[in-house]
Design a binder for this molecule. Structure first.
Ligand code: ADP
Ligand code: MG
Length: 402
């Protein structure tokens, strides 16, 4: 059994849906049982979000999910029609019908369970099964969605549940590259990437695979194969560290532009205040990335704490912090035009001097580093948002990744 997932660009219009259908049918005719996960067509999800914001500035998350989950259903129904016309049995299912059970965090729900019996039955009845990506049904029986890129996670979760041989992610690029090919034209396609490196890449902005999907695949031992929908090329396989063939010092440069930096000025000298702040953000489901706390160096200076959050979470972050800011008379400053550039590579563990090269390279290119964070296999720098493309290209060149 194979799970094939097609992203938004790959099903953007009738022509592309037919092309995807031909690819799906070819896989079936080669002897595999096939489950397909589809995204909404092209910019459909963005259009739906715009529709909602035209009606209401703060739409209810539950109703957003009801709205946003429609796009994938359209893709699946159309693809099922295309496949039938090619002489194969096909059935489309919503996430709920496919048995994807999630928690109740609307607009960024997590999959709790996959009850795949209906899919299995449909496969046994010789169907190609098309499942609407990005969505599920909550434990409270409401429609939920899984956040940006969530169809990747739908595909991996189904692959795990039905014990598929592979989860193929078909997208608009030829695989995982060592930098976003839209920003670095000389970026190279990688044949293999380890789970550990892919986790760091997805977490630091490589949107080609949703972070949750990589975590899920690692935890459940699902093999991910990322490849082009438009040409039949080998793509990229995500493997365990031991199986990976490529061991360069640095595997990839990644970036994100949607970062906001929050600074809390005038933190009281109370034990546990950092805990209060981060707990409030966690309860509001805001992902805090880099955190820096400054002790006052002189008696009249104020203690500060800075951290980054996704820009889309700024409203939620402000709301979560307002009571604490009021209680302790803390001033909240936000800079929403920040970006982040990272280098990822298992090889850096055994090579000191990588950080120095990153900082020197950015400095020589006149790029100011505002915050830094690291893991054993990643170094990330927060930089002004408009400097991100230059920073990515400079690091790609400095580490000779072309
Ligand atoms: P889909 O709609 O198929 O899910 P996405 O837009 O989510 O497609 O992901 C594919 C895009 O990810 C590419 O068009 C590319 O611009 C971007 N991308 C960012 N970083 C990378 C990378 N390291 N390798 C490949 N693609 C990347
Ligand atoms: Mg995607």
């Amino acid at each position: 059994t194979v799970v094939m997932k097609f992203g938004g660009t790959s099903v953007a219009d009738a022509e592309r849906i037919k092309r995807a259908a031909a690819r799906i049918v070819a896989k079936r005719e080669a002897g595999s049982r096939v489950v397909v996960v589809l995204s909404a067509r092209g910019k459909e999800t963005d259009r739906l979000i715009a529709d909602a914001l035209e009606i209401s500035p703060v739409p209810e998350p539950r109703e957003m999910d009801m709205l946003l989950s429609t796009g994938e259903r359209v893709s699946c129904a159309l693809a099922a029609m295309a496949i039938s016309d090619m002489g194969h049995r096909a059935i489309s299912l919503t996430g709920s019908q496919a048995g994807i059970v999630t928690d109740t965090s609307h607009t960024k729900a997590r999959i709790l369970d996959v009850r795949a019996d209906r899919i299995m039955k449909a496969l046994d009845d010789d169907n190609i099964v098309l499942v609407a990506g990005f969505q599920g049904v909550s434990t409270a029986k409401d429609v939920t969605t899984l956040g940006r890129g969530g169809s990747d996670t739908t595909a991996v979760a189904l692959a795990a549940a039905i014990n598929a041989d592979v989860c193929e992610i078909y997208t608009d690029v030829a695989g995982v590259f060592n930098a976003d090919p839209r920003i670095v034209p000389t970026a190279r396609k990688l044949d293999t990437v380890s789970f550990d490196e892919m986790l760091e890449m997805s977490a630091s902005g490589a949107g080609v695979l949703q972070l949750r999907s990589v975590e899920y695949a690692r935890n459940h031992g699902v093999r991910i194969h990322c490849r082009s929908s438009f040409e039949d090329t080998p793509g990229t396989v995500i493997l365990s560290e031991a199986e990976t063939m490529e061991h360069p010092l640095i595997t990839a440069v990644t970036h994100s532009t949607g970062e906001a930096r929050v600074t809390l000025v005038g933190l009281p000298d109370t034990p546990g205040i950092a805990g209060r702040v981060t707990t409030a953000l966690a309860e509001a489901n805001v992902n805090v990335d880099m955190i820096i706390q400054n002790e006052p160096q002189t008696t009249d200076a104020k203690a500060e704490m800075s951290f980054t959050v996704p820009r889309d979470d700024m409203l939620a972050a402000r709301a979560a912090l307002a009571p604490i800011a009021e209680e302790f008379n803390i001033q909240l400053q936000a800079d929403e035009a920040m970006g982040k550039v990272s280098i990822v590579g298992a090889g850096m563990k055994s090579h000191p001097g990588v950080a120095a090269k990153v900082f020197t390279t950015l400095g020589e290119n006149g790029i100011n580093i505002q915050m830094i964070s690291t893991s054993p296999i990643r170094i990330s720098c927060v930089v002004p948002g408009d400097k991100v493309p230059d920073a990515v290209r400079a690091l790609h060149a400095a580490f000779e990744l072309s």
